[in-house]
Design a protein around this ligand. Structure first.
Ligand code: FAD
Length: 601
């Protein structure tokens, strides 16, 4: 079995020649730290991680998938191979890699841990998500907003893998629309109690859960929300209003009762080893995490970080599919030659290679920005991270699915056979455009921010456009020309859409006199995913172009990415220019239908 770090040339080049360690090390380890020494230690850590993940975790991945989640007499647990993976990661200190040193971790920057996350996702997407959501995410939230007691209680135990947590936002009626959540938190006799139901909670069968709940009675939307930590097992009697069965005694600790119920784990075809749980809270005792009323702020930071995490998950899965397809296409002979020598297959392989390298380039940039922001970087750095986050999530998900689809096709009939892992990669990739904000929600976020910049500075449309990073980028040669053509195509589209907005809403709108109405924004919303696709491809080409300036071997891959960005941008410009295809008429019909049915009721 390969070492997933030392035997992945693109990963090594990224580590050795792309990442700006001279900026990251002093920020993370202090001004006096020896950069070369520190980087060499981190490289060693990644090599150890790559060895363990490429051998042990990868070896158990098929079994993790086959066994799925264990359901025994109503009790939900991880399969043995997944437990073994987590124990192995904990024993090597890999779970606590990003945790602060004073709380049992190694305090490594995100730019380093991103490599581990990618390798884990390549080996086993279920293990990656368990590691991320049961340990890293709750630890980061508690470290950021928790009290000293909370940090001491949870962080070292999480780093050792002794306890696991989860983060619960989603409810049956509140998915993308988080503001619609109805789980409440109320205070009685100085204690907080949670009532409600959470749905689709990864690792929800663990020892505690961080819950987003409405703590201000009567509040609406994203106001009046707070975060709470609820332990699964607590001392004492169940609250009087809890329904029978909600608080059974724990077998191993007869004095403790279950504080919330893990009602079930979903049966699903993707990340099968990861328990996706429904949780029921009835008078659940909980303690606030951070300030009351600041829940939306806390959860937004978690979501932004985990969106980059999902992008990295997509990268790992796409890397796995790419390696499998490259290997198979070199071995499989049809019509007297290896199938990779047939032009259509060769083109697919090149496209997959470009996607993986491009996504990695985008992620490294986002990870570096994330580290800078964690250490208090200025507003423009924070804005660049904000600009990239939905694109990393969108491109990392949608392009991972596309890459797996191509790998499946390259495998022909064997692609659908469970003996080969590509069908698992395909199934696992399909969760990425859904959780942590769907691709449509990422697109709305990306386009809303673009609009905000546009309305602030409409004159940017006459120069390089509303994104300062894209406007400033300049590259030589064919790649540079394709990049510029892609950017011009995007600007052409934005000018067309903004012109329409001005015609509807008047020039005052463009001068920032007022916010556009939902109706005025409809053409932007309809085309949000097209614009996001174009933006992602242009940013991928830009990130690779920047790398090629320092690593000349990256030039061919930059040129391919720039060519693709141009083609994608031109296709989307054409589609957007072709009008709405009757969508708004149909929406109007449905709205009329809904209001007339409502008035008849
Ligand atoms: C395996 C798995 C693990 C998960 N883990 C967690 C977890 O740990 N914690 C947690 O809190 N949640 C978790 N989730 C929930 C996940 O984040 C939600 O499923 C996701 O946010 C989508 O919500 P929904 O399923 O209710 O879909 P909906 O919000 O109902 O969306 C349905 C469709 O409508 C689209 N849509 C919705 N609104 C708009 C709009 N305004 N414009 C255009 N399109 C729109 C969506 O993109 C989607 O295509 C998990 C889900 C799964 C499946």
């Amino acid at each position: 079995m390969p070492n997933y770090f030392t035997e992945n040339p693109d990963l090594l080049t990224t580590f050795d020649r792309v990442v700006r360690w001279d900026e990251i090390v002093p920020r993370s380890e202090g001004k006096d730290a020896d950069v070369a020494d520190t980087v060499s230690t981190w490289r060693e850590v990644l090599s150890v991680a790559g060895e363990y993940i490429g051998s042990e975790v990868a070896k158990r991945a098929r079994q993790v998938d086959e066994l799925g989640v264990i359901r025994d007499n109503g009790k939900v647990s991880l399969s043995e191979p997944l437990q073994a993976n987590i124990k192995g990661l904990a024993d090597l200190g890999l779970i606590g890699l990003s945790f602060p040193k004073e709380h049992g971790g190694s305090g490594l920057p995100f730019t380093v841990t991103a490599f581990v996350i990618e390798m884990l996702a390549r080996a086993c997407a279920s293990t990656m998500i368990q590691n991320g959501i049961a340990y890293t995410a709750p630890a980061a939230m508690i470290f950021r907003d928790g009290t000293d007691d909370q940090k001491a209680q949870y962080l070292p135990a999480l780093a050792r893998g002794d306890i696991s947590g989860a983060v619960a936002m989603t409810e049956p009626e509140a998915g993308s629309d988080v503001g619609n959540l109805s789980t409440t938190a109320s205070q009685r006799d100085g204690c907080w109690f949670i009532d409600g139901r959470k749905q689709f909670i990864s690792a929800g069968n663990g020892d505690f859960v961080i819950v987003l709940a409405r703590s201000t009675p009567g509040s609406k939307g994203l106001e009046g929300l707070s975060l709470f930590i609820a332990d699964r097992w607590v001392e004492g009697e169940p609250p009087p209003h809890a329904s029978p069965g909600v608080a059974p005694m724990r077998e191993s600790a007869a004095t403790k009762r279950e504080n919330y119920k893990v009602e079930r784990a979903e049966h699903k075809f993707t990340i099968r080893g990861s328990p996706t749980c429904s949780l029921v809270f009835e008078g659940t005792r909980a303690m606030p995490l951070g300030e009351i009323g600041q829940g939306w702020r806390g959860i937004t930071r978690f979501m932004n970080e985990s969106r980059i995490g999902v992008g990295i998950q997509g990268l790992g899965i796409a890397q796995a599919a790419l390696v499998a397809a490259q290997d198979y296409a070199a071995r499989r002979v049809q019509m007297d030659k290896p199938i990779r020598e047939h032009p259509m297959i060769a083109e697919m392989l090149l496209e997959m290679e470009t996607t993986v390298a491009g996504l990695r380039a985008l992620i490294v940039e986002a990870a570096e920005l994330q580290d800078a922001v964690t250490h208090g970087a200025d507003e423009s750095t924070a804005w660049r991270l904000r600009e990239l986050t939905p694109l990393v999530k969108w491109y990392g998900s949608e392009e991972a699915v596309h890459t797996c689809r191509r790998a499946l096709q390259i495998f022909g009939g064997y692609g659908v056979v469970t003996e080969y892992d590509v069908e698992r990669h395909m199934r696992d990739a399909l969760i990425t455009p859904i959780y942590e904000g769907t691709s449509q929600i990422q697109s709305l976020m990306a386009v809303r921010d673009l609009m905000r910049s546009l309305l602030r500075k409409p004159q940017s449309l006459l120069s390089g456009g509303p994104s300062a990073t894209l406007a400033a980028a300049k590259f030589e040669g064919d790649g540079g020309r394709d990049f510029a053509a892609a950017r011009s195509s995007l600007l052409w589209t934005l000018r067309g859409l903004t012109g329409g907005l001005a015609r509807k809403g008047g020039v005052g709108l463009l001068r920032g006199g007022r916010q556009p109405s939902d109706e005025e924004l409809q053409p932007f919303m309809l085309n949000a995913e097209r614009i996001t696709e174009t933006l992602s491809h242009i940013h991928v080409a830009r990130a690779l172009g920047e790398q090629a300036k320092r690593v000349p071997e990256r030039r061919p891959i930059f040129e391919r990415a720039a060519r693709r960005a141009k083609l994608v941008a031109q296709r989307n410009t054409k589609e957007i220019g072709a009008g709405d295809g009757g969508v708004f008429e149909r929406i109007a019909d449905w709205e009329r239908d809904r209001t007339s049915r409502k008035s008849r009721q």
